[in-house]
Design a binder for this molecule. Structure first.
Ligand code: CO
Length: 452
């Protein structure tokens, strides 16, 4: 018998995010939660990423309440979240004190495994999160945000993985958010990693380019310890390999996954019905899109851009914007296209197409160019760098070292905000303060509801 492979079910977070723009409501998840809990997944990714934002802005849900409900409904299975390091679940850096508080509260409300990444793969931006997760007795998974570019080689990833192990992470994740990790590269990389590092290696890949089943299988052959899948009726497209498919393929190779294929049928049936209710949030992609192999644009980013262009009545510009994303990415040193860099680059590319190239620079891209998000992987376009420098100075230190914001100050701010909204004071609950910090202007609706 070959070694056992862990299966992380991602339908509640990334499946939901990649296929339904993160709109799945808690009430549509709870009825199936106990069945998910019975399967025997190594973990269920259920929180973090865009979930927090979507709960507050679109679903009128308290994200903390969602997490507590998940924990209650799935007591046997480890709950996993995606954490953007120093960005938490937001789009900018927060001070170390706020990062600590957020992680502490995530642990108390139910998270067991923290998958922690930084969009730039600048490990200075995940170091503090890793320390705090470990201090709270939980599993810290250090993450490589995989990309393809002239400045990223196999050795880049091996070196990064070693540094992640040196940070004392419990495991490593190769995060391929756009489905561009090819089977052979995955095999070579993971074979090498299994020789060079001793912590477990997890693979997270997407089905977008059609390679994911093969990539996952080659990863297994190379010795990967855990793969991410999504229940079949919420799989493929911008999403992930189907859980059932992967289990079938693994069974055939006599690899133990400890999951019964038949148990998954009811879950798949359930999500099939539910998915129908969320039709309007689905992207237009059908089948497979090889565009990603050329431009490395992740699915979530494409569906966002589609929606934005639709709202502007300029759907026909999508291809232009996608090509422009490549140009902008090159000009800022080939950062991986993952949140928040993907939003920053996407917005700049859109602006470059609607106006003249770099006629206007967003505050965010100026910060990205000048080091406020961390160190960029490659060279920055000199003219662009000069243009950004006209706005402010660049920095080379760890960005969060400049941030002195205090948790206590936000408590006072929230108190005043509640006063202004003429609702009862919600600042006595620390989770509310964190929600207020992360989504300052989006939280009015849920706060009003919570106070009534
Ligand atoms: Co993903």
């Amino acid at each position: 018998m070959n070694k056992k492979i862990g299966i992380t079910e991602v339908v509640l977070r990334d499946g939901n995010q990649s296929l339904l723009s993160t709109r799945l409501k808690l009430e549509d998840i709870i009825p199936i939660a106990s069945k998910l809990d019975d399967i025997g997944y190594s973990s269920i990714e259920s929180w973090g990423g865009a979930i927090f934002d979507s709960c507050v802005r679109y679903l009128d849900e308290d994200p903390w309440e969602r997490l507590r409900e998940f924990k209650k409904a799935m007591p046997k299975t480890k709950q996993q979240m995606l954490l953007r390091g120093q960005n938490l679940v937001g789009y900018k850096h927060y001070s170390d004190e706020i990062v600590s508080k957020f992680i502490e509260k995530s642990v108390l409300n139910g998270i067991d495994i923290f998958r922690i990444f930084d969009a730039l793969n600048d490990l200075r931006n995940i170091k503090h999160s890793v320390e705090i997760v470990k201090k709270n007795g939980k599993h810290a998974q250090g993450t490589i945000a995989y990309t393809i570019s002239p400045v990223h080689t196999l050795q880049t990833w091996v070196d990064l993985a070693k540094e992640i192990e040196d940070l004392d992470c419990n495991s490593l994740c190769i995060k391929d958010m756009s489905g561009i990790l090819s089977p052979e590269f995955a095999y070579n990389l993971i074979s090498k990693l299994k020789k060079e590092i001793s912590i477990p290696v997890h693979l997270h890949t997407h089905a977008t380019t059609g390679m994911s089943n093969l990539t996952n299988m080659r990863a297994v052959e190379a010795g990967v310890d855990n793969i991410d899948t999504s229940i079949s009726s919420m799989s493929m497209g911008y999403g992930h390999s189907a859980t059932e498919t992967m289990i079938y393929l693994l069974n055939e190779k006599n690899i133990d996954v400890d999951i019964n294929l038949n148990d998954l049928l009811k879950i798949s049936e359930y999500f099939k019905t539910i998915r129908d209710k969320y039709k309007e949030f689905e992207g237009s992609m059908k089948g497979v899109d090889l565009q990603m192999l050329i431009n490395q644009v992740p699915g979530g980013m494409l569906s966002n851009l589609e929606t934005q262009l639709k709202n502007l009545g300029k759907e026909e510009l999508l291809d232009d914007v996608v090509s422009e994303i490549y140009e902008v990415r090159k000009d800022v040193g080939f950062v991986p296209l993952v949140t928040p860099a993907s939003q920053i680059i996407g917005a700049q590319a859109l602006s470059n197409i609607l106006n003249e190239r770099y006629e206007t620079l967003s505050i965010e891209i100026i910060d990205l160019i000048l080091g406020y998000y961390g160190k960029l992987p490659g060279e920055i376009n000199t003219n662009l760098f000069k243009k950004a420098l006209e706005q402010k100075n660049n920095i080379t230190e760890r960005p969060a070292d400049l941030l002195k914001e205090k948790f206590e100050d936000f408590k006072e701010n929230l108190k005043q905000y509640c006063n202004k909204l003429k609702i009862k004071d919600l600042s006595n609950i620390e989770e509310n303060i964190l929600t207020f910090i992360l989504i300052p202007y989006g939280s009015e609706k849920i706060f009003k509801r919570m106070s009534s």
